[in-house]
Design a protein around this ligand. Structure first.
Ligand code: PBG
Ligand code: ZN
Length: 324
């Protein structure tokens, strides 16, 4: 009688020996949200465990996560002043620059990636400069100022730039700008396949970046499209992206696998705010075993083909991994 499957599940050591995918603290990038001020640590109602933090608190937090073996963060900034073009993020004294410098001063080997977009800095909340005629983001004008923003991040000491605005031609534009300014060694992680998703809702509370009118469907991808999803990523690879990304993660596992099969580049997934909030709230309500569902969810991204997981669960996941 055939019994091979059961034989290899007999105890934990054997199960681990034959495990096809694993999770480790090296897989995670932890998102952090920086706000002006001092001693600020505001928990966000829709995302328990996620905070807006002032620069001093961000530095402290970096100390905490390093103890867990977590050494990579991605920074989002919430500036005090917003205008139609997001001028705040185009100067060297930008909140994001000061944060990068503060983290790097205390922890030089902390890997600091930055989200490059305009929605947190614009008063209208869209991801670039608006074209008044079409009432949507002007692609090419946004490319120009994106290059400026990238140089600001690079000069402040960012280790990786992650453009998230879904403008066409963004990777080519940033690669050229970085190279021309002496930042040939600075990698770009493209938000290459980013869907227009309702799962970003809680993030927009944290980042204070909800569009004041309209939505992002004229620049982010239609969740219905699988072939276009692959093309978006392959295009970014051609333009010089170093790492590709699928976002959100959980509702798009098929797309992660598709892209994994089409490229040899490292692939990241963004396990977004709404996905995190669902698990958190279901766990708090006693509906699921939060910790186990979290680990099962994270391993599903690896199984689908992801190398890197950007996740608000990173700290908790490291705690679980360190316990073993
Ligand atoms: C900014 C940006 C968003 C996210 C990451 N970068 C929001 C958006 O596009 O509306 C979402 C992250 C999350 O939901 O956790 N462009
Ligand atoms: Zn944006």
């Amino acid at each position: 009688m055939f019994k091979r499957f059961r034989r290899l599940r007999i105890n934990e050591t054997l199960r681990n020996l034959v495990a096809e995918t694993t999770l480790s603290s090296n897989d995670f990038i932890y998102p952090l949200f920086v706000k002006e001020g001092e001693n600020i640590k505001n928990e966000i109602e829709s995302m328990p465990g996620v905070f807006q933090m002032s620069i001093d608190e961000i530095v402290k937090e970096c100390g905490e996560i390093r103890k867990l073996g977590l050494n990579s963060i991605i920074l989002f900034a919430i500036p005090d002043t917003k205008d139609s073009v997001g001028s705040e993020c185009l100067c060297d004294e930008s909140i994001i620059s000061r944060t990068i410098q503060a983290v790097k001063k205390e922890y030089p080997d902390m890997f600091v990636a930055t989200d490059l977009c305009f929605c947190e800095y614009t008063d209208h909340g869209h991801c670039g400069i608006m074209d008044p005629k079409t009432q949507t983001v002007d692609n090419d004008k946004t490319l120009e100022i994106s290059a400026l923003q990238a140089i600001v991040h690079a000069k402040a000491g960012a280790d990786m730039i992650a453009p998230s605005g879904m403008m066409d031609g963004i990777i080519e534009t940033l690669r050229e700008a970085l190279d021309e300014n002496g930042f040939e060694n600075l990698p770009i992680m493209a938000y290459s396949t980013k869907f227009a998703s309702a799962y970003y809702g809680p993030f927009r509370d944290v980042a204070e970046s909800t569009p004041s009118y309209g939505d992002r469907r004229s620049y982010q991808m239609n969740p219905a499209n699988r072939l276009e999803a692959i093309e978006e990523s392959i295009q970014d690879e051609k333009e010089g992206a170093d790492i590709l990304m699928v976002k959100p993660a959980l509702a798009y596992l098929d797309v992660i696998r598709d892209i994994r099969n089409e490229t040899k580049l490292p692939l990241a997934v963004y396990n977004v705010s709404g996905e995190y909030a669902m698990l958190k709230n279901a766990g708090a309500a006693g509906l699921i075993d939060y910790e186990r569902v979290m680990m099962e969810t994270l391993i599903s991204f690896k199984r689908a083909g992801a190398d890197i997981i950007i996740t608000y669960h990173a700290k908790e996941a490291c705690e679980v991994l360190n316990r073993k």
